[in-house]
Ligand binder design. Structure first.
Ligand SMILES: CC(C)(COP(=O)(O)OP(=O)(O)OC[C@H]1O[C@@H](n2cnc3c(N)ncnc32)[C@H](O)[C@@H]1OP(=O)(O)O)[C@@H](O)C(=O)NCCC(=O)NCCS
Length: 190
């Protein structure tokens, strides 16, 4: 399945272990300084784990040929009734334009289509930006484990026709975010 607008396209496809995907993950997480795998071999192993959990549960965003974001969900997380969102990543140059929201909508619609009634995720307590996007989309805090917060959302109230096309066209109309400052060389773990 693939949906497209003038520039951004979101495709349902298994996560590869490509260098581009590893780079994207590291680029997006580096400003956070925590909550992520820092070494390429760890990231590759993590992507492989995500792929094996649910090969059909991932959606990858492209701008032309450029990989600009992805979400990894898991419809088999808890006996099929609770789905998980394991990962959500948007290229820093594309953040703040609604792409994270569009990917989340794709992920939630997929989990619901697989029969999941609830979806859950874990987010770092200081990851304000991610917590804000989850809250904006109806997730609520459900518990804590160390520095991690569990958030859950019912999928029963998602409209049947969650409008993915609208989410994408909204995205194509929004103003591009300014480019981030250049990274210093020799960043951690890269
Ligand atoms: C979290 C992340 C995926 C958000 O992606 P994004 O494309 O910037 O998010 P969106 O533009 O779709 O924003 C959606 C909502 O997030 C919130 N949000 C986005 N940017 C924000 C900011 N700078 N400050 C506060 N809230 C923000 C808003 O609630 C926004 O809703 P609105 O558009 O109605 O205002 C992205 O910042 C990222 O890749 N971060 C690094 C990886 C990560 O932390 N992943 C989550 C792991 S649990």
């Amino acid at each position: 399945m693939s949906r497209s607008t003038s520039s951004i396209r979101i495709a349902q496809e298994p996560l590869s272990g490509s260098a581009d995907l590893v780079d994207l993950y590291l680029r997006a997480y580096q400003p956070l300084g925590d909550y992520y795998y820092r070494h390429r071999t760890e990231v590759k192993a993590y992507l492989k784990w995500l792929r094996h959990r649910d090969p059909y549960g991932s959606f990858v965003a492209y701008d032309g040929n450029r990989l600009v974001g992805f979400i990894a969900t898991d419809s088999r997380w808890d006996h099929g009734t609770v789905g998980a969102i394991h990962e959500l990543v948007v290229d820093p140059e594309y953040q703040g334009r609604g792409l994270g929201r569009a990917l989340l909508l794709h992920g939630m619609a997929y989990l619901r289509s697989r029969g999941c009634r609830v979806c859950e995720l874990w987010v770092g307590e200081h990851n304000e930006r991610a917590r804000a996007i989850y809250q904006a989309l109806g997730f609520q805090e459900n518990g804590r484990w160390g520095k991690w917060i569990q958030m859950v959302r019912s999928l029963e109230d998602l409209p049947e026709d969650t409008n993915l096309e609208a989410a994408l066209s909204e995205l194509s109309r929004s103003t591009p975010a300014p480019s981030p400052p250049p990274r210093s060389s020799g960043g951690e773990g890269i």
